[in-house]
Design a protein around this ligand. Structure first.
Ligand SMILES: N[C@@H](CCC(=O)N[C@@H](CS)C(=O)NCC(=O)O)C(=O)O
Length: 317
């Protein structure tokens, strides 16, 4: 992580923990908004109007938070409007490394080697983790936002005058229910699996494990009335949040994070639901199984020798 803009080598014991060994995720620090006309958004400064070709997303395919921004970009037809760089899947001693698309392995856009260099360029005294996703403004060379929840909402509504495509992921009449379900999904499932994986006490692990499987059982039940998606026949933001965890579950969370009561393939309703979302236009391109495997099993704190298990499971069947 960065401390006062300087990279610290001892970053791998991932994130923070409380005195019971529970994993605590860092809160995001760049919270500006792109809006239709550049007016200030919910949490941040204005000055970021929706424009084609101006913004860029830095993502990792392994990262569920980054992947939900990629899903929103695909569903809303913004591939030509917002460009993307994908970092290398394996976490290095200096965090995320650009995938070397430009000559000499540097990012074509920033000419940097590591993501943390982007953070310290923008905020020379930045203290915190250099996380993906990063929404970057190519005009002012700055980070607009590094909170995926905000980015998904911006992509849902800010660009509609440029491209009016795809579902409204947060319809006004469902916003409160979506927010409530999102909170539940985050606490019990999206972050729950990480809390199981990064727990440093048996109690913290078992607490997280119970949350994860309580959520999966609840969702299996909710979806078993024949509905296509969490809120009925139309896809919403909550579906993006559920999908990103489901698609990584059998590949990484079941074994590496010890969420091993059962796999998603053993939960028929959730498995069919996952395949349904995966088949939506543009979604399969946001899932890179090889990156997911390589990336998770490169977390040294959990897997010091970096052995990547063999997989009997084909999630695209
Ligand atoms: N609140 C952030 C969380 C992002 C996050 O935790 N990203 C992870 C990858 S899944 C990361 O970049 N970790 C690098 C680190 O912790 O040093 C969001 O949802 O955008």
């Amino acid at each position: 992580m960065l401390v006062n803009g300087v990279w610290q080598q001892k970053w791998q014991p991932v994130q923070d923990q409380d005195n019971q060994g529970r994993f605590i995720r860092q809160t995001s620090s760049f919270r500006n908004w792109i809006t239709r006309d550049g007016a200030a958004g919910i949490t941040g400064l204005g000055g970021y109007p929706a424009q084609a070709g101006r913004y860029h997303l830095y993502v990792a395919y392994i990262c569920p938070w980054a992947s939900r921004t990629l899903m929103a970009r695909a569903l809303k037809g913004l591939q030509e409007i917002i460009s993307v760089s994908v970092v290398s899947p394996k976490l290095t001693d200096q965090g995320w490394k650009f995938a070397g698309l430009g000559s000499n392995g540097q990012d074509e856009l920033s000419h940097k080697t590591y993501l943390h260099e982007l953070y310290s360029q923008v905020a020379p005294d930045f203290t915190g983790r250099a996380t993906v996703p990063v929404l970057w403004d190519k005009h002012t060379h700055t980070i607009v936002n590094n909170e995926s929840a905000d980015i998904v909402r911006m992509l849902n509504s800010a660009f509609v005058e440029l491209v009016d495509q795809g579902p409204d992921l947060v319809p006004a009449d469902l916003t409160a229910e979506i927010d409530a379900l999102n909170d539940y999904l985050y606490t019990y499932l999206n972050n729950g699996v990480y809390q199981a994986g990064f727990a440093t006490t048996q109690t913290a692990y078992e607490e997280a494990y119970e949350k994860v499987f309580t959520a999966l059982d609840t969702l299996e039940q909710r979806l078993s009335d024949g509905r296509l998606f969490l809120f009925g026949d139309a896809l919403t933001e909550s579906d993006l949040r559920l999908f990103v965890t489901l698609i990584r579950f059998d590949l990484a969370y079941y074994s590496l994070f010890k969420c091993n009561r059962n796999m998603i393939k053993d939960m028929p309703v959730l498995y069919r639901y996952m395949q349904r979302v995966l088949r939506l236009k543009g979604i399969a391109e946001t899932v890179n199984v090889d990156h997911i495997k390589q990336g998770y099993y490169s977390i040294k704190a959990l897997n010091p020798n970096g052995i990547v298990p063999k997989w009997p499971v084909a999630i695209f069947q």
